[in-house]
Design a protein around this ligand. Structure first.
Ligand code: NAD
Length: 239
């Protein structure tokens, strides 16, 4: 049921970290994958490593023009667009008195407006084929608050909310929209967080591969009746 042969997926921020794990897992399940990222060298290296059925496309998720090009390229290369994983994201933190407008604008632009632009860009193609799965990467910070992460938390709550409105609107068109809420995953984004300072019932932080199975599930027919749902993948951290 999680066989993705014949499906085409775009993974934003797919060149490294969690996005690279999602790219590898979707490709291993049979999907053809567009690695859409700012990181040209890492993205082309991953596409070369995966070989057939993987291409790199430059994408800045805040650029409407980039989104049009990536959607057109995916369809030109592979014939359809079935899955969008809105994974690209950035983080910043500071006490509120020092949390500059520039910090706020940057994180909202990438993490929230970027997800909105991506969803809007893929919907016409998914409506034409009357099917599609959009997977929006939020965070446990889209479920609760943490000090200093003001813009990040607002963006991830926003992604969770956007997922709900889209799920309700697009369900009749055969398009499913779900959000994923990872806990502490060891990537470049989290090098300054001490896992020992957190209480994680499963006793360890996650590796990117620990989240990838949920992405494959949501991309596949195994989740055919699931939309508007929140998938918390945090080792029990927020329980
Ligand atoms: P990362 O920093 O390792 O990777 C982020 C990727 O996004 C990079 O490839 C980067 O080039 C890309 N990116 C950044 N800005 C972009 C833009 N404007 N356009 C296109 N691509 C852009 O981060 P990660 O830890 O792999 O996080 C991936 C996602 O998972 C993010 O949305 C993050 O908020 C979320 N998340 C991460 C964790 C964690 O513990 N690592 C936990 C919860 C949620």
């Amino acid at each position: 049921m999680t066989n993705l042969e014949g499906r085409v997926a775009v993974v934003t921020g797919g060149a490294r970290g969690l996005g690279a794990a999602y790219t590898r897992a979707l490709h291993a399940a049979g999907a053809r994958v567009v690695i859409a990222d700012l990181l040209h060298d890492e993205g082309t290296a991953l596409a070369t490593e995966l070989g057939d059925g993987a291409v790199f496309e430059h994408l800045d998720v805040t650029s409407e023009d980039d989104w049009s090009r990536v959607v057109d390229s995916a369809i030109a290369a592979f014939g359809s667009l079935d899955v969008l994983v809105n994974n690209a994201g950035i983080a910043n933190a500071a006490p509120i008195e020092h949390y500059t407008t520039a910090k706020w604008d940057a994180v909202i632009a990438v993490n929230l407006t970027g997800v909105f632009l991506g969803c809007r860009a893929v919907v016409p193609a998914m409506k034409r084929q009357a099917s599609g799965s959009i997977i929006n990467i939020s965070s446990v910070e889209g479920l609760r608050g943490s000090p200093g992460l003001h813009g990040y938390t607002a963006s991830k709550f926003g992604v969770r909310g956007l997922t709900k409105s889209l799920a309700v609107e697009l369900g009749p068109a055969g398009i499913r929209v779900n959000s994923v809420h990872p806990g502490l995953i060891l990537t470049d984004m989290t090098t300054r967080i001490d896992p020992e300072a957190l209480s994680i019932p499963l006793g360890r932080p996650a590796l990117p591969e620990d989240v990838a199975g949920t992405i494959v599930f949501l991309a596949s027919d195994a989740s055919a009746y699931t939309t508007g749902a929140e998938f918390v993948v945090d080792g029990g951290m927020t329980t």
